[in-house]
Design a protein around this ligand. Structure first.
Ligand SMILES: Cc1ncc(COP(=O)(O)O)c(C=O)c1O
Length: 349
C-alpha cells in the first residue's frame, strides 16, 4: 500500500474534551479506486479535499453507501474495533443492493488497520472516547447516464468522538405520515439516500421538540420499526422487545450484540412485531418500563418518552434501568475490559 504521511498534523489544535460529532477529521484517509472491473491503487494520504467531476454519478443518482464503526483504546494503549467483520459484511450487503461492486475483505481490513495505526494518537483512552470510523463508497464515474457506474471510490475517514447526547432528554416522535423505508426497498442497506430522505421529516419532528423519529411500517404506520440511526428496544414488564429485522430495518450490530448480552444475563428478550397500540396500552397500564435505542454512535441510549398524534407519553420508572446494565456490559466489551464475548474484540496490530 502506498502511504504518504502528513507534514502538518492538526492534532495539537484539537480540544478533545469538547468535540462536536463529525466536525474534525484525523490526519489521514484511506483511498482505493474501482476501475476496469477491479479494486486497486490502495493508498493512505493526508486528509484533504478530493477532486471529483461534477458529472460523477453519485451526485445525480445517489449511488453511495457507507458504514459506521468505532475504534477504542484500552488502558494499555491497545486499539480495538468492535465486530468489524459485521460492518464488513453489511458494507457489501449494502453495496450489492446499490449495484456497487463488493470490496474484497483484504482491502477493507488492510485499509482499516493501516489507517488506525497511523492515526492512533487520535484515539483517546477512557469510556466515552472513541474514534468514529467511516468507510464509504461512491460512484465516481463522470457520466450522467442513469445506470450503475463503472468507476467508484472507496474511502475511510475518521472523526474523534465523545458520547452522544450525554445528559440530554431524548424524546422521539412516532411518525405516521412519512416513511423511512418500504418493503422491497433499500431500508436494510446503509444507502446514503436513506438518510437524506429522513432529514425533512426529522426537521419537522425537531421543530415539535423531538430529537428523533420512530419510524413505522410504510403500509399501515402501525408496526414500530426503528429510529433515525438506532434500533429500538421496549421493556414491557420484565421483557425486552425489539422488532425483527426485515428489508425495511437496518440490521444493527449493536442491536444484535445487545440481544446476545441480554440472553447471557438471562433477561427475557423477544424479537417480534410491536404495534403502536401495544405501546400506548402498556404505557396506560404502567407496564412500559423503558425505551432505549442502540447504535454505534449512541451505544445504548435511554429514551425519556415518545409523542404520538399530538400526545406525549413520558416513561417514568423507579426501577434500576436494564439499559444501564446493558450499556456497561457493552462498553466493557468494546474497551476490552472483559474477556466476555472476546470474539467480538478485534485488535489492531
Ligand atoms: C438506520 C439505522 N438503524 C440502526 C442503526 C444502528 O446500527 P449499528 O448498531 O450497526 O450502528 C444505524 C446506525 O448505524 C442506522 O443508521
Amino acid at each position: 500500500m502506498n502511504i504518504t504521511l502528513t507534514k502538518n498534523s492538526r492534532i495539537s489544535n484539537v480540544d478533545f474534551s469538547n468535540l462536536q460529532f463529525g466536525q474534525i477529521f484525523s490526519d489521514h484517509m484511506f483511498v482505493c479506486d474501482y476501475f476496469d472491473g477491479e479494486w486497486s491503487n490502495e493508498r493512505i494520504l493526508p486528509y484533504s479535499d478530493i477532486k471529483v467531476s461534477p458529472s460523477s454519478r453519485v451526485f445525480h443518482y445517489g449511488q453511495a453507501i457507507f458504514e459506521g464503526m468505532k475504534a477504542y483504546k484500552d488502558d494499555k494503549d491497545v486499539i480495538w474495533l468492535f465486530r468489524p467483520d459485521e460492518n464488513f459484511k453489511r458494507f457489501n450487503i449494502s453495496s450489492k443492493r446499490l449495484a456497487i461492486p463488493e470490496i474484497p475483505e483484504k482491502i477493507f481490513f488492510n485499509g482499516l488497520n493501516e489507517l488506525l495505526k497511523i492515526d492512533r494518537d487520535w484515539i483517546k483512552k477512557g469510556v466515552g472516547n472513541s474514534l468514529y470510523v467511516r468507510p464509504f463508497v461512491f460512484a465516481s464515474e463522470p457520466s450522467i447516464n442513469a445506470t450503475e457506474a463503472n468507476a467508484y471510490k472507496f474511502m475511510i475517514i475518521c472523526t474523534p468522538a465523545k458520547s452522544y447526547y450525554e445528559n440530554q432528554e431524548i424524546w422521539v416522535k412516532i411518525e405516521e405520515k412519512f416513511s423511512r423505508a418500504a418493503k422491497g426497498g433499500v431500508g436494510y442497506a446503509k444507502a446514503s439516500g436513506n438518510y437524506a430522505a429522513q432529514f425533512y421529516p426529522t426537521q419537522i419532528a425537531k421543530n415539535e421538540g423531538f430529537q428523533q423519529i420512530i419510524w413505522t411500517d410504510s403500509n399501515n404506520h402501525n408496526r414500530v420499526e426503528e429510529a433515525g440511526t438506532m434500533n429500538l428496544f421496549f421493556k414491557i414488564n420484565d421483557t425486552l422487545i425489539t422488532s425483527p429485522t426485515s428489508d425495511s430495518i437496518l440490521d444493527g450490530i449493536t442491536r444484535k450484540s445487545i440481544i446476545e448480552i441480554a440472553k447471557s444475563l438471562k433477561i427475557n428478550i423477544e424479537e417480534r412485531d410491536i404495534t403502536v397500540e401495544e405501546l400506548i396500552s402498556a404505557h396506560k397500564s404502567g407496564s412500559l418500563k423503558e425505551i432505549f435505542g442502540t447504535g454505534t454512535a449512541v451505544t445504548v441510549l435511554p429514551i425519556n418518552g415518545f409523542g404520538y398524534r399530538g400526545n406525549r407519553f413520558s416513561i417514568i420508572s423507579n426501577e434500576e434501568k436494564t439499559s444501564d446494565l446493558l450499556k456497561i456490559k457493552l462498553n466493557n466489551i468494546q474497551y476490552a475490559r472483559t474477556k466476555d464475548f472476546s470474539h467480538w474484540q478485534y485488535k489492531i496490530t
